[in-house]
Design a protein around this ligand. Sequence first.
Ligand code: SF4
Ligand code: SF4
Length: 494
Amino acid sequence: MLKSWSFHGGLRLPGHKHLSAQAPIIDAGVPSQLIYPLQLRPGVHLHATVNLSDRVVRGQIIADAEHALATPIHAASSGTVHAIENRLIPHPSGLADECIIIATDGLDEALPAAHPVDFRHEQPGVIRHLIRQAGIVGLGGAAFPTAIKLNPGPKRQVDTLLLNGAECEPYITCDNSLMQAEPNAVIEGALILMHALQVERGIIAIEEPMTEAFARLSEALEQHRNLRLSIVRIPALYPTGGEKQLIKVVTGKETPSGGIPADVGIICQNVGTAAAVYQAVSRGLPLTERIITVTGQGVNKQQNMRVRIGTPISELIGQAGGYSHDVKRLIMGGPMMGFALPEDDIPVVKATNCILAASDNEIVGAKEARPCIRCGDCAKACPVNLLPQQLYWHSRADNLDKCKEFSLFDCIECGCCEVVCPSHIPLVQYYRAAKSKILVKAKESEKSAIAKRRHDAHLDRKAREQAEKAERARQKKAALAKVKAANAAQERTE
Ligand code: SF4
Ligand code: SF4
């Protein structure tokens, strides 16, 4: 076992993992409808590659874009394109956006799998291309395109792949279930990722209480006899699963403020992402399904489910025995970093790791806020070593420059400060709002800088044209004077 370090702050939270961790993974099957939002992340929109009434089959690309951060979407079952219209999307804004809706036909026909590839004989660029074409993004929740993350550029010397199986957020057990059910896919996926990065060291990090997952992964690793890959068990402390916290705990390295893991030679990937990479490269299957946890006291049966991406949440709730009388709020993600959903006709997307149907006592931050008493508890709990109280005052006062000065963008929105705050101040809401305002302001400044550049270029062009016109007039005048002088000279000689 490797030595582990610790990070500042963090919390030991009640896990509530037992609700869903014990039962085997249920296959949710094919839903009656599949819904695919075309907005992947703010500023990244795909365009539909299918038309209304087109028949599609599983594995077929139905949307894509040229954008560097775009990855294609594949249909998760066969059926007909029923509509391309605005629907509510799974986003904290609660807004609607353009979606492709497929009415499934129950036949579940699929494209034949692509030819499996022996990754050992392929260049990293080929592997990245396969991963991109399979639509793989980070399945830990961030949904950043995996192929982009595997290409940190020549300036960064990456030497380690760190596979994140820590799953530190309460209630969520999908990664734990995956590691128990498909340890070989996780190990194979890790080896493919290591090859794509050309690194000699891979570490799979899991939490200490995950004893079954540790046993299954260890058996699978034993069979591979690969000494470059190891498994490390780390203390169960929230938010150990945050990339920078995980790096600190496993390697002792500090990722610099504003930096990324590659700056300290590490690339982090989620264990689910590794399994998806294995399916894509070694089995020729694009990403059309994932495991998610459906849990909370607001549903009758808590369980992990293998779900087709695009499945409406309402269908999963039905399979989980329906809502219990305790349900108060539907959350996508966990109680700490998830966001509330306005209704359940919203689909599961690639980033969805958990649906939490929460009862009153499972909702974080539901109490009435009181004034800050400057107790400093928030600073003690912050895993990034920020000053949450100062960030709160400056966010509240819209003092955005001060927010930046206090490293607002290093805040991972983990909610530790909010949980310990005796005044129940919804601190993360303030930070999110301030971040959005800073980003909007930055975009506006960029727009006005572009407009100013255009205006200056226009003035330059006008001045140049006037100077050229004046020069032409001067030359014309000089030519006329010359002709006149020549005529006068000729008249004099006659
Ligand atoms: S924990 Fe709450 S009350 Fe205490 S300093 Fe932080 S924001 Fe203020
Ligand atoms: S939400 Fe941000 S400020 Fe609060 S504890 Fe987490 S990282 Fe620190």
